[in-house]
Design a protein around this ligand. Structure first.
Ligand code: GUN
Length: 284
């Protein structure tokens, strides 16, 4: 039997519909500002998708563009200006940032009440304390997908591959909050395939195409693939590959996200949700 393939677009639509129904109760359309430094093609596409979705929903989306060689001071000044604007409820600084910019200092500059990426230390700390927080959108979306299959995670063994601030660490914190037993693995973990084989829930957020082979997967596990690696095709074009060897894993897992059309749409839907959450909290 092959795995249940989790349709990210269908699940994202459920979140988007919920967000749309909440907009009527707000005094004005929430405003989302996405800050893009440089012209990385993948980042441009992500930013476009975020703003387009915001506008489709009736939010106000705007992109603040800075050149590749913008200084950290320029970027911080732009963030300060967005912090001060009453019509902006959510601020997202698209990552990665150029190497000459200190990403942690930039995250710290965003007003925590507008931090729809959940990357400010105050929101990260609140998440780790189990307090109400703005939580990074990708792990939030992954958790929804997992819970669509298994609503109660109590006692489940969850293995997270990757320990980034944007996915791996908050993913582990969310799973822990759901009473799962969480193992966080990363590039230096020894015997990773053996650890993954014990996972009822396996989330991979590494960005290494095909890392997770079929024999890493416990039969009937829920497998969430956050990886997106651009891989060159023989015809010169590019294709996007996940961290999981899908054709192998689909034979073993109970449920699995494809790449693309898996986690990606959920990230954008959860960004809309976070923006409305921030707008509601600011209006209260
Ligand atoms: N780059 C890739 N994914 C993300 C994300 O979720 N947020 C930000 N800020 N940058 C990203």
């Amino acid at each position: 039997m092959t795995a249940n393939i989790l349709d990210g677009h269908a699940h994202a639509q459920i979140v988007v519909d919920q967000v749309a129904s909440e907009l009527d109760r707000l005094p004005r359309a929430p405003g989302l500002a996405v800050v893009l430094v440089g012209c990385d093609p993948a980042s441009q596409i992500y930013v476009q998708s975020k703003v387009r979705m915001a506008e489709r929903l009736g939010l106000r989306g705007e992109v603040e563009r800075l050149p590749d060689d913008a200084s950290e001071a320029d970027l911080l000044a732009r963030i300060e200006a967005l912090n001060a604007r009453d019509d902006i409820d959510g601020i997202l600084v698209q990552l990665p940032l150029p190497a000459h910019v200190d990403a942690l200092r930039v995250m710290a500059a965003v007003d925590p009440a507008k931090d729809v990426d959940g990357l400010h230390a105050l929101n990260a700390g609140r998440l780790f304390h189990g307090d109400d927080a703005l939580v990074p959108c990708t792990p939030l979306g992954c958790l929804r997908l997992i819970k669509s299959i298994r609503p109660d995670l109590t006692g489940a063994h969850a293995v997270v591959i990757g320990s980034s601030n944007i996915v791996g660490k908050p993913m582990a914190a969310l799973l822990l909050q759901e009473q799962a037993t969480v193992t966080q693995t990363h590039i230096h973990t020894r015997g990773i395939s053996r650890i993954c084989r014990q996972a009822d829930i396996l989330v991979s957020a590494v960005g290494k195409a095909g890392l997770v082979r079929g024999d890493w997967i416990k039969p009937q596990a829920i497998v969430i693939d956050v990886g997106t690696t651009r891989v060159k095709k023989p015809d010169g074009g590019y294709t996007v590959c996940g961290d999981v060897s899908f054709d192998e894993a689909v034979q073993i897992a109970g449920a699995i996200t494809p790449v693309p059309r898996g986690v990606g749409p959920m990230t954008i839907a959860c960004l809309m949700e976070n923006t409305v959450k921030a707008a509601k909290a600011r209006a209260a």
